[in-house]
Design a protein around this ligand. Structure first.
Ligand code: UDP
Length: 321
């Protein structure tokens, strides 16, 4: 089959491209390299079944051409990362809403199998844990830029589900929880590449807030396995799935682990949220997915544990330092 991956030079997109090529599939990528990097797909460029365009998905003509050529559309292009969102909310909102609108419109015209990447951020600061797909969204005020990401991705989800309901688009919404692995950059906030980079560089490891907030980190290979299996599941059309690990770790525990494993000389430095992200920032205490829906459909569960994830990130950062 032929697959279009928007955002295919990004962290998750490039892993998906590679896995599909390894399976013998044909891959088309559109990426404007805004947060992705050509380095992420350099090793794929001489593969026969790999084609890419460095351009924005807002280029409607190019997008239509690529959607036309593909059997499956994986829409991963988006503005992501807490730092990017807080610093550039206009880009976040516009890319995420206008981009997804165009992708869905093009996919619907050709009735393409479509998978839309969304985020656990849409649950917001709900305390109704673990998060179940049809649970409530609890977002903060519009004066807090962070929530623009959740709101924009929620609109993407509404639109995808509306295309399914009104026009029968075979679309599935994938709610990715904290996903990590090689090629993820810490530039836009993501904690694991930041901590690992700091530890390897002998710099202080910066824990925001009191570090008692927790997250569940899932290896990108586990996430890709779920996405690839969902492609061929008609039962998933018009449905939303959580994809993430359920193993919780606090951020201070994570910092201590990273320090012990890779940077015993690094200190742990506590930084206030205000210092890190400016005033009006709101973090969330816990984020744990309920993955029963996905498990029941495809028997999925994550295999890679946190230590192994950290080792793969370290190996990647060392190689590229
Ligand atoms: N975080 C941190 N230090 C950093 C970067 C992030 O303590 O240098 C914290 C952040 O405040 C959050 C957690 O790590 O509580 C996960 O942050 P990330 O941006 O990776 O993901 P998200 O907030 O979307 O879960």
């Amino acid at each position: 089959m032929k697959h279009l991956i928007t955002g295919g030079a990004g962290f998750i997109g490039s892993h998906l491209a590679e896995a599909l090529l390894d399976k013998g599939e044909t891959v088309f990528v559109i990426d404007d390299l805004s947060t992705g990097s050509i380095v992420n797909i350099d090793h794929l460029r001489d593969r026969d079944n790999f084609h890419y365009a460095i351009d924005t998905i807002l280029n409607e003509q190019l997008l239509s051409e690529y959607v036309d050529r593909a059997d499956v559309v994986h829409h991963l292009a988006a503005a992501v990362g807490v730092r990017l969102i807080v610093e550039d909310p206009v880009r976040t909102i516009e890319t995420n809403i206008a981009g997804t609108d165009l992708v869905l419109r093009a996919a619907a015209k050709k009735k393409r199998r479509t998978l839309i990447a969304s985020t656990s951020e849409v649950y917001g600061k709900s305390s109704d844990l673990p998060f179940v797909e049809d649970g409530d969204m609890v977002l903060g005020a519009t004066t807090r830029a962070r929530w623009s990401y959740a709101a924009s991705k929620a609109i993407d989800e509404f639109l995808a589900l509306a295309y399914h309901a009104q026009f029968g688009l075979p679309v599935t919404v994938l709610r990715f929880f904290n996903t990590v692995g090689p090629r993820q950059t810490g530039r836009y906030g993501m904690v694991i590449p930041r901590f690992v980079g700091q530890a390897l560089g002998g710099e202080p490891i910066t824990v925001y807030g009191d570090g008692k907030q927790s997250r569940c980190f899932c290896d990108v290979s586990d996430v890709i396995r779920a996405v690839m299996e969902l492609v061929d599941r008609p039962e998933s059309h018009g449905q939303v799935y959580n994809i993430g690990s359920t193993e919780e770790i606090t951020i201070v525990e994570l910092a201590e682990k990273v320090r012990k494993l890779f940077g015993p000389d690094s200190e742990i430095e506590f930084v206030s949220f205000e210092e890190a992200y400016g005033p009006n920032f709101e973090d969330l205490k816990r984020r744990v997915p309920d993955t029963n829906k996905l498990h029941e459909l495809i028997g999925w569960e994550p295999k890679v544990k946190i230590d192994e994830i950290l080792n793969s990130v370290v190996a990647y950062i060392r190689k590229n330092m």
